[in-house]
Design a protein around this ligand. Sequence first.
Ligand code: HEC
Length: 134
Amino acid sequence: MTEFNKVLIATSLTTAFLCYSFYLYSSLPVHETAFTTTMDRGKDLWQEHNCTACHQVYGLGGFLGPDLTNVYTQRGPEYITAFLRNGNLTMPAYHMNDQDIQAMLAYLKHIDQSGISDPRSFKTNYDGTIEQQQ
Ligand code: HEC
């Protein structure tokens, strides 16, 4: 192979790599929602009570309890409130007051709106990108 062909192939591959990278990173599926002080309080409670020791968000965290990324749409606020007040055999009861429960719900709703955690529900496109189906 001539030196010219090597340079041609290297240049073509580099150009293809740069174009594909630009295409991928210019269309990231980021769902931005405003962060309120109530959500902030919810996040503080999440950290104070160390919910992460047993629960995951986007698959990261402890594995004693279920992933809570999309628990808000999957279970709804009344179900979550019941868990936060009473717990059950495997989850501790936090006896949270109404204000703290509202804050926790606002934070869980915020996480829920950021995307879908279960990759099994994703659709793979012909160009190698993935789509989250709402
Ligand atoms: C000691 C471990 C532990 C901690 C800490 C913990 N949980 Fe849980 N949680 C669990 C377990 C285990 C379950 C599953 C209970 C079941 O289904 O029987 C659960 C269930 C839940 C559920 C219901 C989920 C579903 O889909 O059924 C919610 C909501 C929840 N936890 C929220 C929280 C929040 C918010 C915190 C922090 C304030 C927290 N948990 C802290 C262990 C824990």
